[in-house]
Design a protein around this ligand. Structure first.
Ligand SMILES: NC(=O)c1ccc[n+]([C@@H]2O[C@H](COP(=O)([O-])OP(=O)(O)OC[C@H]3O[C@@H](n4cnc5c(N)ncnc54)[C@H](O)[C@@H]3O)[C@@H](O)[C@H]2O)c1
Length: 190
């Protein structure tokens, strides 16, 4: 399956590399050109055991690429939102501006029936707000699959998570099944 991962920091780079190791074709998209260049050389911009090896495996199999161009996400059946959600500088809430910007940038490139699945840590109500941005695309499934990886064991936590949480629209149980099946063919023994 072709998958895009939007936001290739700690969460996104690990998620992209582990999905590629499971046999998917993955494009990681980030607005930070320096980070993308670094990742495309097979090096994570931070230290995480096992990640450089997974990145290099992904490139060797041609299943993993990184880009600053959202057009490269076109044709993906599933898009994971992995951008940052820091605390707002002006209030106690999370700053969702990166999530909103990423969703807007993806919008023109969403294939019919695609799924946009957030992994970033967000407050309740975020999906309803993003649904407004995707209002003209009722065919696109919008859900959430929060991440619980821990720095230092992120690759292992991502390959073999101790829990999987899916928030998908009512009556769309098959969406949770599809997301679970994405993870059903790990090829790395960690
Ligand atoms: N780091 C962790 O251990 C961890 C664990 C669980 C959950 N999370 C959650 O994951 C999310 C991401 O965290 P992180 O640590 O990876 O953050 P990060 O700051 O390392 O990475 C965020 C990336 O998003 C990119 N970005 C920003 N705006 C963008 C846009 N419009 N389009 C594309 N890319 C964009 C940035 O350039 C950056 O590379 C946060 O919500 C965080 O709470 C993080």
């Amino acid at each position: 399956m072709k998958i895009s991962v939007v936001g290739c920091g700690y969460l996104g780079a690990v998620h992209a590399a582990t999905l590629a190791s499971m046999g998917h074709t993955v494009v990681g998209i980030d607005v930070d050109a320096q980070k993308v260049a670094h990742l495309n050389k097979g090096f994570a911009p931070f230290h995480e055991p096992g990640l450089d090896e997974l990145l290099r495996d992904g490139f060797a199999t041609k299943r993993l690429t990184f880009s600053t161009d959202f057009a490269d996400a076109a044709g993906a059946q599933t898009h994971f939102l992995c951008v940052g959600t820091p605390q707002s500088k002006t209030s106690d809430t999370a700053d969702l501006s990166y999530v909103i910007a990423a969703t807007k940038s993806l919008l023109p490139h969403l294939a019919s029936g695609a799924a946009v699945v957030g992994k970033s840590t967000v407050p309740v109500g975020t999906v309803d707000m993003l649904r407004g941005i995707l209002a003209r695309r009722p065919d696109v499934l919008l859900g959430w699959n929060p991440e619980f990886l821990r720095q230092g064991t992120a690759v292992k936590d991502s390959l073999v998570p101790d829990r999987l949480v899916y928030g998908v629209p009512g009556g769309k149980d098959s969406a949770a099944g599809t997301l679970s099946r994405l993870r059903s063919t790990p090829s790395t023994n960690l």
